[in-house]
Design a protein around this ligand. Structure first.
Ligand code: IPD
Ligand code: CA
Length: 264
């Protein structure tokens, strides 16, 4: 008989696929002329974020009514067992017609991520991990790249308006000085997932919220990557700096970003 975590893992995968179907439909039918609403400068909001989050919350709580739920759009509450969800990460991409956005579902028990599921909606790529069970992409095992030389490596450096831009630019300057190729594609969740699959070698951001980070952190850890202690202090509720990378690059990226095992 499956244990309660296996039931949750199965549910998260099925619900991510259903949520992805809705997000895909809304993306494809989105009017060309539509102007997106903004939460603040460079911070997009679409009606689809709330609609998809409601679907995920309703499905999860119907199956696991005693669990807590915490989502980017509607907030929520915390208990020993809590689902942490971003319905559409990469909202600016979604709103501008760029097919690079994802649904992220993490299950946290006793402040430890036990399940991570990420759906790259338009690529139909499902990244999954259960603690101790390895990481997969559409059911096939994945590993981090294993690169050790910054001069061959690519790092995605996430940016948001939550922190001063100067801090971001000086971090990028230090990464470039070490020889990294630096990119930014607008979805922290997918940037982290790409490290797990060896498409990029590191993802860093000076502040990321838990709904963006948690599923990916487990996927990278289970794919053999190095991850910072994101949940330390009040990471679950308030977010933290995030750094994930291939183990051989951890010292270099950590020195360039100031993000070590402990949150800064
Ligand atoms: C944002 C994206 C972005 C990251 C920001 C996030 P949203 O989330 O993940 O890539 O750099 O920190 O807030 O607004 O697309 O859901
Ligand atoms: Ca997000």
């Amino acid at each position: 008989m499956p244990d309660d975590l296996e039931l949750r893992f199965d549910a998260a995968r099925a619900i991510a696929r259903e949520a992805g179907g809705l997000a895909r439909k809304r993306f494809l039918e989105r009017p060309r002329s539509q102007h997106a609403d903004m939460k603040g400068p460079q911070d997009y909001l679409t009606a689809t974020d709330a609609e998809v989050e409601e679907l995920i919350r309703d499905r999860l709580l119907a199956l696991f009514p005693d669990d807590a739920f915490y989502g980017e759009e509607g907030g929520g509450s915390f208990k020993r067992d809590v689902w942490v969800v971003d319905p559409i990460d990469g909202t600016a991409n979604f709103a501008r017609g760029i097919p690079h956005f994802a649904a992220s579902i993490a299950f946290v028990r006793d402040e430890k991520v036990e399940i991570g599921v990420i759906l790259d909606v338009m690529q139909d790529e499902l990244y999954t991990a259960r603690r101790g069970g390895g990481a997969s992409l559409n059911g096939k095992p994945i590993r981090v790249s294993g690169l050790t030389d910054a001069r061959q490596a690519t790092v995605e450096a996430g940016w948001s308006s939550r922190l001063p831009t100067e801090a971001y630019l000086s971090m990028v300057g230090r990464l470039k000085a070490l020889g990294f190729n630096v990119r930014r594609a607008g979805s922290g969740t997918l940037g982290i997932a790409y490290v797990a699959d060896g498409r990029v070698d590191a993802y860093c951001e000076l502040h990321l919220n838990s709904w963006d980070a948690l599923a990916g952190l487990l996927v990278v850890e289970e794919a053999g990557g190095w991850v910072n202690d994101f949940l330390a202090k009040e990471g679950l509720r308030k977010g933290n700096p995030v750094l994930v990378c291939t183990p051989g690059l951890a010292d270099a990226v950590s020195a360039a970003t100031g993000i070590g095992r402990e949150p800064v």
